[in-house]
Design a protein around this ligand. Structure first.
Ligand code: SF4
Length: 478
């Protein structure tokens, strides 16, 4: 059976290394740290200065790469990618990096995000003779670079990026350079780090990663975020920055703070641990209730639950234990077990829950099916009352910027009132964090400005491919 986690799904993770003799190994380690951002496929491309090598496959980073494979990825430059498909089929054909040999030379590219005008660009390119090899939106970027009339590669890349609409954090490599770019609204994170030169090396190693947690394992120090609209070029002449487009109103994905990014990462200028704990504190202020224990739905609810417990003074307890070793499929016994999929992942600690008034903290409710099973599990374990608290507002609209979400008709909060959701889930009470509370906890206007479209339905871009969704004019005219 397929285990549906009933969560928004992470998008992708990217990694780039410039100037290290073990570039592909560092990329592999970085991808391992970013595994939470995509578990369907992974790939690494490397360059020894004369050609670009590549290996990609379906599966987890640790299963795809071994010493033998990494030996076949030599050179001082590498880029890597973890993928959870957001557009295009989940097949190895669509795994990244994408590598081409075109009129601009050999190029490999890895993308986190989702382009909202990819179909439109693709149709135009196909009419003018381009032949596509994948169904992924990312391939249009490569075709645009190849078709650009600009003479230099940085100019051709800038020219191409200006034509894209939507979310992209990109790493691109040639035989002797690495490029890193973020769309002009800065939807998805992308950070730059440095490994200081050692053993007589002349140049520091420059690294890029979707999240700064990837730096720690490879001994890199966080330098800064790649800015919205910025293209950073790293080559023999050093590190150079340019802006390929005017920066638009920043619309960084607030859900990165709520759920996607790891708490040990710093994204959009703020520690995820700090913002996620602040979400829990704010939730306690807005939706406090008398209870005996605060219990997180692990792992995603843990940090917010710590914040909630600290603010409310109610003890934090691990009342649900997560089994981390669950694969994508499992054989169910013939005699059906109720809520089998959830029970594989979570098990209640009866001695903690029995007779208690429990505040259960989770990061979101998508369809509501999993929340209903978890509440039932906690109730069956003897909890006297269950008060479900969600560390973000009701999710009412799908995402088009690189996050896999169900359509609106499947989002429970788009179709039911909060009390109807509570009844469906079977909790004694249900409360969500307010939009203002969410923004404040994530440093809106101080650290960053955020996209909150999945909570408001107000999208920060115009849609070219998705004609039935209209952005709110106030958000678009920047
Ligand atoms: S719609 Fe939601 S998930 Fe998508 S980018 Fe905006 S905040 Fe993030």
């Amino acid at each position: 059976m397929f285990i549906d986690s009933d969560k928004f799904r992470e998008e992708c993770g990217v990694m780039a290394i410039y100037g290290h003799p073990e570039a592909s190994t560092l990329a592999y380690l970085g991808l391992h740290a970013l595994q939470h951002r995509g578990q369907e496929s992974a790939g690494i491309a490397s360059s020894d200065g004369s050609t670009i090598f590549m290996h990609k496959s379906m599966g987890l980073v640790m299963d795809i790469f071994n010493e033998d494979v990494l030996t076949r990825l030599p050179g001082n430059i590498a880029i890597g990618h973890n993928r959870y498909s957001t557009t295009g089929d989940s097949a190895v054909l669509n795994a990244q990096p994408i590598r081409v040999d075109c009129n601009k030379g050999m190029i490999a590219l890895a993308h986190n995000g989702n382009l909202v005008n990819a179909n439109d660009i693709r149709s135009r390119l196909e009419r003018s003779g381009s032949i596509f090899q994948t169904t992924s939106d990312t391939e249009v970027v490569v075709h645009l670079i190849a078709q650009s009339k600009e003479q230099t590669l940085p100019d051709a890349i800038s020219d191409s990026l200006r034509r894209l609409e939507g979310a992209f954090s990109l790493v691109i490599m040639t035989r002797d350079r690495v490029f890193a770019a973020r769309d002009s609204r800065g939807f998805r994170p992308l950070s730059m780090g440095i490994i200081p030169a050692a053993n007589g090396a002349k140049q520091d190693t420059v690294v890029f990663a979707s999240e700064s947690c990837a730096f720690d394992l490879i001994g890199a120090k966080f330098q800064r975020d790649v800015k919205p609209g910025e293209l950073i070029v790293v080559g023999p002449e050093g590190v150079h920055s340019r802006f390929f487009a005017e920066t638009k109103k920043q619309s960084s994905c607030i859900f990165e703070h709520v759920y996607f990014s790891r708490p040990d990462s710093e994204i959009f200028g703020q520690s995820v641990q700090v913002s996620r704990e602040a979400l829990g504190r704010q939730l306690a202020k807005e939706a406090g209730i008398e209870a005996d224990i605060v219990v997180p739905v692990p792992d995603s609810g843990v940090t917010a639950a710590l914040g909630y417990a600290a603010e409310s003074g109610i003890p934090f307890r691990f009342g649900l234990i997560r089994n981390h070793y669950v694969g994508r499929t499992f054989i169910e016994p013939e005699q059906r077990v109720r809520d089998f999929g959830v029970k594989l992942k979570l098990n209640p600690v009866r001695s903690l829950l029995e007779g208690k008034r429990v505040i259960l903290i989770d990061d979101s409710i998508v369809r509501g099916t999993t929340s209903r099973k978890i509440v039932r599990m906690v109730r069956d374990a003897g909890a006297k009352e269950i008060h479900l608290r969600i560390s973000c507002p009701p999710t009412v609209s799908p995402c088009f910027y690189g996050v896999n979400t169900p359509s609106k008709d499947q989002l429970i909060a788009a179709n039911k009132s909060i009390d109807e959701i509570r009844q469906y889930i079977g909790a004694d009470s249900l409360a969500y964090l307010s939009l203002d509370g969410l923004k404040e906890a994530c440093g809106e206007g101080v650290k960053a400005s955020y996209c909150t479209a999945c909570y408001t339905g107000i999208y920060p871009t115009e849609f070219v491919d998705v004609h039935d969704i209209k952005p709110a004019p106030a958000e678009v005219k920047i």
